[in-house]
Ligand binder design. Structure first.
Ligand SMILES: O=C(O)CCC(=O)C(=O)O
Length: 231
């Protein structure tokens, strides 16, 4: 089965060993420098539950030389090869994120769709048929990965999924879902997933993962791009 077929049906694809040590070492050095500077500036936010930072390519925490390392990775022939193997149409660069473990090891994760925030259920249903927004997650450490509900990028929640995800009827969004599939990651693996699908992060193992966000070049998504995070 091809990557494209898998992605269309499941909403995600795992590319094992997408990047090797040579690709990762220079990138990792810059990601660590960003993370150190970000932590220093966001102690409270981190201690209060943050599990990710964003906008790594902006000049806030990195020098132009360091930002160039990120852009060279994002624009590398290898990355382009992976993208083209999956998607026929061009994608637009939206931004970057870094995912790490919460400060409190007992902090619970949460099922969600990225499109749910600030939207009514009807609006979320409509958003399912909107432009594609994708995470290309590159693991820098072996980690538990993400749990995803296959196919949920193109269908609405079942009753059980909805009450859990939206914390209705006394349910909580960290409860297990029967439809969830865990995808553990090893250093160098890349998980591509549709941000619309129902998913949750799996914390532990001191995870450190770099997410490149790409999307259909739709005007509504162009609006959310921070211009100072572009090359
Ligand atoms: O890895 C995580 O903690 C959650 C990931 C996620 O929700 C996302 O990337 O949209």
């Amino acid at each position: 089965m091809s990557f494209r077929y898998d992605f269309e049906n499941n909403g995600f694809v795992l590319v094992k060993h997408a990047f090797d040590q040579d690709d990762l070492l220079k990138l990792e050095k810059v990601l660590r420098a960003f993370h150190r500077a970000w932590l220093e500036d966001n102690v409270e936010f981190y201690q209060q539950g943050a599990i990710n930072s964003a906008y790594l390519t902006e000049p806030s925490y990195l020098s132009d030389e360091q930002r160039l390392v990120l852009f060279q990775f994002i624009g590398s022939p290898k990355m382009a090869g992976h993208i083209k193997a999956l998607f026929a149409d061009p994608l637009m660069f939206v931004g970057t994120q870094l995912f790490f473990d919460p400060f409190q090891p007992e902090q619970k994760n949460y099922w969600h769709r990225d499109i749910q925030y600030g939207k009514s259920l009807d609006q979320q249903k409509k958003a399912l048929s909107g432009p594609k927004a994708l995470h290309f997650r590159i693991a820098l450490r072996d980690e538990r990965g993400i749990e995803l509900v296959p196919g949920s990028h193109q269908r609405w929640d079942t009753e059980d999924e909805l009450v859990v995800r939206c914390e209705q009827e006394g349910r909580t969004n960290s409860e297990d879902l029967k439809s969830g599939v865990s995808v553990p990651l090893q250093r160098g693996d890349m998980l591509v997933f549709d941000a619309k699908m129902i998913h949750r992060g799996l914390y532990g193992g001191d995870r450190f993962a770099f997410d490149i966000l790409l999307a259909d070049p739709d005007p509504s998504l162009k609006e959310i791009i921070h211009k100072n995070g572009l090359p």
